[in-house]
Design a protein around this ligand. Structure first.
Ligand SMILES: [Zn+2]
Length: 266
């Protein structure tokens, strides 16, 4: 793909915080300004493009101060704004974290080196290869006729309910994750499971994979109150407070209530 702007964008992280413009938080400096801004780059890697401009993920030294006009921000605060910017920033954050946490081989302890391909680190001693870590998770909206099974975690804002979710375990298909998690979290069995769409979630490295699941038996009963503190059936006329519009959970709920959208990947 041709690059329309020769000035690559710098997605620089100090820890998990992104260096962004002071005003809007949705701008980052060009890579060419690193010296001028007095930034010490510990690691950098090209990670793709944003609206035609090349993007570079970089780790900035932990004691760095934000230059004038810039601040270090948590990406969560940028969620819900410019979706493309958030995606690239999330990708950059994960590449930087992967590099930082794979400096040494987990098998033999040697220092790792960049591999011959993009996003690979290799151990020169024992040959182990390391790829960026991704943690797939299922997020599922259980329905019974026109009603939706929604639950709230004790960590949610007051009054908010959402779809159930859980991480895939080794050896498990994603459909099995859906059935197991629904059973464990609220003691309900589901029948047919249909794919809706997916959403990367870089905190720290999830991919949320969304499903609509048809209820088959059981009434909601809380499995672990530390995970789910309340769950119940909700109809279109009495919906609780819901997750933000940009979340896949909300996209599934809205699509269900509108009676459409299930065949179209997001
Ligand atoms: Zn090794």
């Amino acid at each position: 793909m041709p690059v329309s702007d020769p000035e690559a964008l710098l997605f620089g992280f100090r820890g998990d915080l992104l260096l962004t413009g002071h005003e809007d938080g949705r701008s980052v400096p060009p890579l060419s300004s690193v010296e001028e801004l007095g930034l010490e780059i510990v690691f950098q890697q090209e990670i793709g493009t944003l609206r035609g401009r090349r993007c570079v993920a970089a780790e900035i030294g932990t004691d760095a101060e934000a230059p004038d006009g810039f601040v270090f921000r948590d990406l969560r605060g940028l969620w819900g704004g410019d979706e493309d910017f958030f995606r690239v920033a999330g990708r950059a954050k994960q590449i930087v974290a992967w590099n930082r946490t794979h400096q040494y081989c987990g098998r033999c302890g040697y220092r790792t080196e960049p591999g011959s391909e993009e996003f690979v680190k290799k151990c020169p001693n024992c040959g182990m290869t390391y790829y960026p870590r991704l943690s797939p998770a299922a997020i599922m909206l259980v329905h019974r006729g026109d009603e939706l099974l929604l639950a709230r975690s004790p960590h949610f804002p007051p009054g908010m309910y959402s779809a159930l979710a859980g991480f895939v375990e080794p050896g498990e298909s994603i459909e099995e994750t859906v059935r197991r998690e629904v059973g464990e979290e609220v003691g309900v069995e589901v029948g047919k499971v249909r794919y809706f769409g997916s959403q990367p979630w870089p905190f720290p490295n999830s991919l949320m994979i969304g499903f609509l699941a048809e209820w088959s038996s059981g009434e909601p009963e809380i499995g672990d109150p530390n995970e789910i503190e309340d769950a119940g059936w909700f109809g279109a006329d009495a919906m609780p407070s819901m997750p933000p519009k940009v979340s896949i959970a909300r996209a599934m709920i809205d699509a269900f209530l509108a009676g459409k959208g299930w065949a179209k990947p997001r």
